[in-house]
Design a protein around this ligand. Structure first.
Ligand SMILES: Cc1cc2nc3c(=O)[nH]c(=O)nc-3n(C[C@H](O)[C@H](O)[C@H](O)COP(=O)(O)OP(=O)(O)OC[C@H]3O[C@@H](n4cnc5c(N)ncnc54)[C@H](O)[C@@H]3O)c2cc1C
Length: 379
């Protein structure tokens, strides 16, 4: 079926982004995988080319493009070109909306131009060593003292965590009922703020993921994003977009793994015939293809709903749950079809398989997605 989500304008954007990746990312991906992060120069090149925070209005240097279909194109091309190290989804899809919708004009003037230009890499730090799924259990504190906020605590598994110049930190601020949470923007180099080296992960190795600590870390109270004590409301409002972003990458990832496996099945000979012509293999390919196409249509529909401001928390959680589980089952089957070659690092499917695993964990695990969908059913 013809895909109806994208227009010619999106496809032109795809062509431009693909040639950007072929020139500025693809030649470096192996090195980025070994060093555990992408070069800072790559962020600046992406900024100069207009691929970062493009939703930001022109007065702050952006393009003012508020259409998630462009974010979809970026996700699809990153996957198709096997560039797993970027933190673009985190920067464009997840952090930019906080800055755009909940920051004051003064904060926007200070931070947005750097985000657009690629001078400032962003991160959002919610997870802690002691609390991930259950954000209500975080223990990092934000004490408001006059015109300063004092942060104490530690965060872990933070995407862009080692290179970020601006981190939105979720902290317990204890208003009224003692459950208040506040989002505080912390800039690189602030006294008492430490960023670790990249953590050693089983996949997405070029994407830097780090720990950070805050020890009597003082930032101006003017760095509070939104109202003190109301951060969880902002997080909840942004989560559908974050989860849909992961679902979009999941569909693209499943499709790419499938295409590699299909090409292999058309070439590889076993028992005197091409692998794909064995009936069980053929049926397996048909099942994988069907799962991808059905999932892709649904995720496209969710993108339309997001653009229309209608995507609910439950719908986004269901899309993430389904798309990432589908990605995992398709990718694992794809690797299986490569036999022993699939287990060899020089075959792209090996890395694609490793990189896929985390999709069912970050942005809320599959179990938590099921919990959100399930609770919605009982309401
Ligand atoms: C590569 C990577 C990048 C990440 N990037 C970021 C980031 O940028 N910012 C950020 O803040 N965090 C980030 N995270 C953290 C991620 O969101 C958390 O790891 C995730 O939400 C799970 O939290 P946890 O690791 O503490 O696991 P836990 O919450 O301890 O869960 C452990 C297991 O128990 C299950 N479980 C927990 N509660 C229930 C329940 N009620 N019912 C059934 N099962 C349950 C979970 O599904 C999981 O399988 C990242 C993680 C990774 C691995």
């Amino acid at each position: 079926m013809r895909r109806t989500l994208l227009t010619e304008g999106h496809e032109d954007f795809r062509t431009a982004f693909r040639s950007f990746l072929l020139k500025h990312a693809v030649p470096h991906t192996e090195r980025w995988e070994s060093q555990g992060f992408v070069d800072r120069a790559f962020w600046k090149e992406a900024g100069a080319a207009g691929f970062l925070s493009f939703e930001v209005p022109p007065e702050y240097g952006g393009l003012g493009i508020d259409d998630f279909r462009y974010n979809v194109v970026i996700a699809e091309e990153l996957v198709a070109n096997e560039v797993a190290g970027d933190g673009f989804a985190l920067h464009n899809d997840i952090v930019t909306p906080y800055l755009l919708h909940w920051c004051s004009p003064r904060q926007q003037r200070r931070w947005l131009p750097g985000c657009v230009a690629g001078d400032t890499v962003t991160a959002i730090a919610m997870t802690e060593p002691g609390a991930g799924s259950d954000l209500a259990g975080i223990s990092t504190t934000a004490r408001i003292e006059g015109d300063e906020v004092v942060l104490d605590g530690a965060k872990t598994f933070i995407t862009n965590g080692t290179t970020a110049g601006l981190v939105l930190v979720l902290a317990r601020s204890g208003e009224a009922d003692g459950r208040g949470m506040t989002l505080v923007a912390v800039e690189e180099g602030t006294a008492g703020f430490e960023q670790s080296r990249p953590l050693h992960k089983i996949g997405r190795r070029a994407q830097d993921t780090g720990e950070m600590s805050f020890t009597e870390c003082r930032v101006p109270a003017a760095n509070i994003v939104g109202e003190p004590g109301r951060a969880l409301e902002l997080v909840k409002r942004n989560l559908p977009r974050e989860r849909l972003s992961i679902a979009v990458t999941a569909v693209a990832g499943a499709r790419h793994a499938f295409e590699l496996a299909l090409a292999h099945c058309k070439e590889r000979q076993t028992f005197g015939q091409v692998l794909g012509s064995h009936q069980t293999v053929l049926h397996r390919l048909a099942e994988m293809h069907t799962a991808i196409e059905v999932t892709a249509s649904h995720v496209d529909r969710c993108v339309e709903a997001l653009n229309a401001g209608e995507l609910t928390a439950e719908e986004a959680a269901a899309a993430k749950l389904w798309a990432t589980e589908t990605q995992w089952s398709v990718t694992d089957r794809a690797l299986q079809l490569f036999g022993g070659y699939g287990y060899m690092e020089e075959y792209p499917i090996a890395r694609i398989w490793r990189d896929a695993r985390v999709q069912r964990i970050y942005g809320g695990t599959s179990e938590i997605m099921a919990e959100i969908v399930g609770r919605g059913l009982l309401r």
